[in-house]
Design a protein around this ligand. Structure first.
Ligand code: DGL
Length: 273
């Protein structure tokens, strides 16, 4: 039996990834889940993020999904390895759960000529050191400078991303990042929420510094993965359908979510238990 590809985030951020998946792989069906009732995950403990993410993966499996994309850096950093290695073999070894960090680090080195890259993410992502560890495997020559931006997700989730109030925290975190090195010539927005701040970040960015977002990278990587795993691709339904679920209020999700997704969406409430 085939079912949609599951796409998960703590809140709205994963919609910036889903938008690209739909653009590049429009034939597949997708089911999105935002755990808005418990977002943000960024400053939560390893144990909590792991438990929440595992509950979400369980939920997707109950919907019949064979493939789940954790479209959240924080959850990918803190929960994915455990889920892949400890839980999945007992839950259903035929199913797959993929994250956003590995596909990003596989190509990240190509964006910097100076071999100096900035990683801006949540506190959880930065503290996990997942990026420097993974990048070293593919681009050992790349110097990695990390900056936690704990105020960005709350600003975005509350619709303040294009307001003057956001300027202060955008400048502050950029200044802190560049105080580590003036040679950084590319910055990865290592949180799926941050593309909403892209225009504002660009307006404060020093000349010659490029900004990298993950949607395109993750979509290209998934396309390759499905090509290389036809047995899994066959389990993913293909009618071009989309459905959206949130653990919080569906009306609010529809309003806010359409800003992230770039088009009107219809959402339903769900409980994870
Ligand atoms: N969108 C999530 C990420 O990519 C973070 C949001 C949160 O803090 O919950 O890291």
């Amino acid at each position: 039996m085939s079912a949609p590809i599951g796409v998960f985030d703590s809140g709205y951020g994963g919609l910036t990834i889903l938008k690209e998946l739909k653009k590049q792989l429009p034939q597949y069906d997708y089911i999105y889940l935002g755990d808005n009732a418990r977002a943000p995950y960024g400053s939560r403990s390893f144990e909590t993020v792991y438990q929440y993410t595992l509950e979400a993966v369980n939920w997707f499996f109950k919907q019949g999904c064979s493939l789940v994309i954790i479209a959240c850096n924080t959850a990918s950093a803190k929960a994915l390895r455990n889920i892949q290695q400890l839980d999945l073999p007992n839950m259903d070894p035929g199913k797959r759960v993929l994250g956003v960090i590995r596909p990003t680090t596989e190509v990240l080195g190509h964006f910097s000529t100076n071999h100096q890259i900035g990683i801006m993410g949540t506190l959880g992502t930065v503290q996990s050191d997942s990026y420097p560890i993974e990048i070293a495997k593919f681009f050992p020559e790349l110097q990695v400078f990390q900056q936690a931006c704990p105020m960005w997700v709350p600003l975005i989730e509350n619709g303040e991303f294009d307001k003057p109030g956001a300027d202060y925290f955008v400048q502050q975190y950029l200044n802190e990042l560049f105080s580590q090195s003036k040679g950084i010539d590319a910055i990865l927005l290592a949180c799926t929420h941050y593309p909403l701040l892209e225009a504002k970040i660009k307006s404060f960015l020093p000349l010659g510094v490029s900004l990298v977002t993950q949607g395109d990278i993750v979509a290209k990587s998934l396309a390759k993965y499905l090509e290389n795993h036809p047995e899994l691709a066959h389990k993913c339904s293909q009618h071009g359908l989309l459905s959206f679920y949130t653990t919080d209020n569906a009306d609010t999700f529809e309003k806010q979510g359409s800003l992230f997704f770039g088009q009107k969406i219809e959402a339903k409430h769900t409980d994870l238990a």
